[in-house]
Design a protein around this ligand. Structure first.
Ligand code: RIB
Ligand code: CA
Length: 309
C-alpha cells in the first residue's frame, strides 16, 4: 500500500526481522500504515535459519506488492552461540504453511550490517528508526563494526525479554533474548534511544478465534494472510482461546505510544544459567521498558489497518 498523500509520514523505518508468523503480521501491518516509510528489511536467523527468514521477507513483500523495498541478509548465527529455531511454532517454512507468493526480487548484494551503516550515514542524524522483531544480533554487529553510523540511529524499538512473566525459551528467558543474550546485553548498554517490549506487554495483545475469522472473511491480501497466519499459530501451539501478537506490538508502539506505559528499569541479561533471562539489577543499564498496554485499543488499530477499514 503506497503512502497516502493526506497522512504525514511519521517515521522512516528499517524492519529487522526473523519471519516468523508474528513478524509477518507485523510487517503487513507496517506496510498498511502510511505513516511508515519502510526503507528496507534486514533479516536475521532466529525463528528459522537465515535462508528461510530471508525468503519469507521476500514472500511477505511480494504478497503486499512491495517488492520495491530492499532486503539485506543479516546474521546467520548469534554473536557467539549456536542458534536454535522455533519451527515448532512457526512451521518448517516459517509462515505456518500459509500460501505466500515466492519472492519477486533478490536480496541486495551487501550484508545487512553494511547496508544499515550506509543508510544511517545517508539519512539525517536521528531520522531512521529500527523496528526489531527478532534476536538483536544485527544491531549488536552494527554497534561493534560501525559505531559512528550507529550513533546516527533514531529509535530502536525491540520486542524481547520477560520481566515478571515466565519465559518462552527458558524458565525466565524470552526467545529473542535467549537466542542471542550477548547481543541483547550489548544493545542495552549502548546508550541508544532504545525501547524494549517484553512478554509482560505482548501477552496482553491477544488475537481471538473470532478476530481471526473476521480477518479471514475480510477482503484484501493483508487481512486474509494475517487471518491464515494467526490460525496457523492456533494450530501449532497449545490451543487456547487466544494467541499473543508479540511482534506487531513494536509497530503499534511506534505509531501510538499513548497506548502503552513505559518504565525505566535497570536490567541485567543472564548469560549463563538461563541465557536471555532479564533481572532487575541496580548495576544494570537503564532500559525504557513497556509494562502496560491498552490491548483493546492496540488491536483495534491493528485490525483497522490490516482490513483497510
Ligand atoms: O518471544 C517472541 C519472539 O520470538 C517473537 O519475535 C517471535 O517472532 C519469536 O521471534
Ligand atoms: Ca520475531
Amino acid at each position: 500500500m503506497r503512502k497516502s498523500k493526506t497522512v504525514p509520514v511519521i517515521r522512516s523505518v528499517i524492519i529487522d526481522t526473523d519471519p516468523g508468523i508474528d513478524d509477518a503480521v507485523a510487517i503487513l501491518f507496517a506496510l498498511a500504515s502510511p505513516e511508515f516509510d519502510v526503507r528496507g528489511i534486514t533479516t536475521v536467523a532466529g525463528n528459522l535459519g537465515i535462508d528461510v527468514t530471508t525468503r519469507n521477507a521476500g514472500r511477505i513483500l511480494a504478497l503486499a506488492g512491495r517488492s520495491d523495498i530492499p532486503i539485506a541478509i543479516g546474521a546467520a548465527q548469534p554473536l557467539t552461540r549456536r542458534g536454535s529455531d522455533s519451527a515448532g511454532v512457526h512451521g518448517g517454512d516459517g509462515l505456518g504453511g500459509v500460501a505466500f507468493p515466492e519472492p519477486a526480487a533478490l536480496p541486495i548484494g551487501i550484508g545487512a550490517v553494511e547496508w544499515l551503516a550506509a543508510e544511517l550515514d545517508r539519512a539525517p542524524a536521528g531520522a531512521l528508526d529500527i523496528l526489531a522483531l527478532g534476536p538483536l544480533t544485527n544491531i549488536a554487529l552494527l554497534l561493534r563494526d560501525h559505531p559512528r553510523s550507529a550513533a546516527r540511529l533514531g529509535k530502536v524499538i525491540a520486542m524481547g525479554g520477560a520481566i515478571h512473566e515466565k519465559g518462552n525459551a527458558g524458565p525466565r528467558a524470552e526467545f529473542n533474548m535467549a537466542t542471542d543474550p550477548e547481543a541483547a546485553a550489548a544493545v542495552f548498554a549502548a546508550g541508544l534511544n532504545f525501547v524494549l517490549i517484553p512478554l509482560d506487554v505482548t501477552r496482553r495483545v491477544r488475537a481471538t478465534r473470532e478476530e481471526t475469522a473476521m480477518l479471514f472473511a475480510s477482503s484484501g491480501a493483508a487481512a486474509q494472510a494475517s487471518g491464515a497466519l494467526i490460525d496457523a499459530y492456533f494450530q501449532s501451539t497449545t490451543g487456547g482461546d487466544s494467541r499473543p501478537l508479540h511482534d506487531p506490538c513494536v509497530m503499534l508502539y511506534a505509531l501510538r505510544p499513548d497506548l502503552f506505559g513505559t518504565e525505566k528499569l535497570n536490567l541485567a541479561v543472564d548469560l549463563s544459567d538461563d541465557p536471555g533471562a532479564l533481572a532487575l539489577d541496580p548495576s544494570g543499564p537503564s532500559v525504557a521498558t513497556l509494562m502496560k498496554v491498552d490491548g483493546t485499543g492496540a488491536k483495534a488499530l491493528l485490525w483497522q489497518r490490516l482490513t483497510g477499514r
